[in-house]
Design a protein. Sequence first.
Length: 491
Amino acid sequence: MPTTDRANPNPTTPLSVDPPRQRPRTIYVDFAKLESSPAGTDAIHAYKPAASLKTSGRTGGSGGKGTRVTTVEDEVNGLRVNVQDAARAVLTWLASVTQHDTDSNLDRILDRCLRPSADASEVNYSALAGEINQSLNMDLSAKRVQTAIRHLREAANSSKASANGTTKAIDAQPTMTQRFDALYAKLQTNHDRLLHGLTQADHAFRRAMAHDVLGVLRASASRLIDRSFGEGIPQHVDLDATRQRFLVFIQHAADRGLGTDDSSTLNEDMAKLLSALRDHDGSAEADMQLVVTGANIVADLAGPDSLPGLMARLNILMVGRPMLETDFFITQMLTLADAAGQLIDDKPTRAYMGWVRHQPNDRQTPSPNRVRSYCLNNAATHILQRLHTGKLTGAHWFDTAQQCFDTMKKHDRGFQLLKTTEAIMLCVLAELTDNTEPARDFFNRLGRDKSLDLLCDLRKFDNSDALNRLVRRGAIAVHPSLKGQLLVLPN
């Protein structure tokens, strides 16, 4: 994630308006599918976008199937309370666009909301959420829409099983943790086979190739992550040149018979990256393909627990952050932080970092200690943002964020985001405990000008507007003259 030069505004001149936030464009993620179900196609024409959405029954003859009589409220009442609002919005919107007497352009909606593939049930949840929000004047995230659809499908399948008199359990979908564990095992197997199949001379090529691909995926991830922060990320990558070098490596692997056995997916991974490099068109979807396929190849070549492998996993998590459950994201970040810490005194990692130091500036890689700080900072700010919005409760969550910060401060005092994270933490603490003294002391010690610098950094590097506004209010309470220099963030 790219480093941006810090602002150094004139204290007497108001800050200029930041350019509009460049939100990630459409990103396709293969999770649940919106499939036909009693809550879907059979009943959807029975819904009307009003408070009372009941229809009259209609039978299809002695052997026919009757139209299902239901309401939106009947469909959502059995769901979890925290899912009901999103489920109600999904069904109401779907009812409105499928009515025959509306001017909805179904072709346009399908083009936007179905992922281009042979499978017509692949859903683009980001686009679907945008359609719902525009139609109903709401602010649902893609994750909430996806979760609502999954719960509606599960409830419908459960009802259908009961109606058929069967007690067959619905097949449990693997959890995200199980998926990540399975992927880790696959990548480790691929890496082990490479280590035993290549010659000593090939290993230098393998290391350089992993480093090249890591630069490609970091550059792609930086374009997908809003207000990102990072060090040593290439701003311009020659994808054609990378692809040509990768083709040479593939030939080396093929000459040694690597990736051809049934237990290895190396050939598949290499083919996917080649396609992603060849077909990249500058879109967000193409960047996402480079991040995903590139992360797999970096882990294949360098190992999922190597420093490049950890950085690849870190970028996958950051790009997928809006779609991931809070507990999973935090757990993964803490796991990566611990793994990075174990590499600080690792001999192969030291050798790799010695090689990296001789690379050009735009091919540098952060140290294991700095990568640990990235992960700890991501976990801490994720927790603090959700404590602020009320999505997390409990003192133990704040204690976890405090421990992350303390570890960063102890082992990486030069980390640029230490001050911004400390400000967020103290302002959230003031909000949770009604004790503003620690936050006030912090801004008093900083002074007016450094407080302004800190707020500028926050606006560049932290992607939570809610936290930015919270810290801004804390700084202005101590230094009121800042108010005239700071652009009011949108509510």
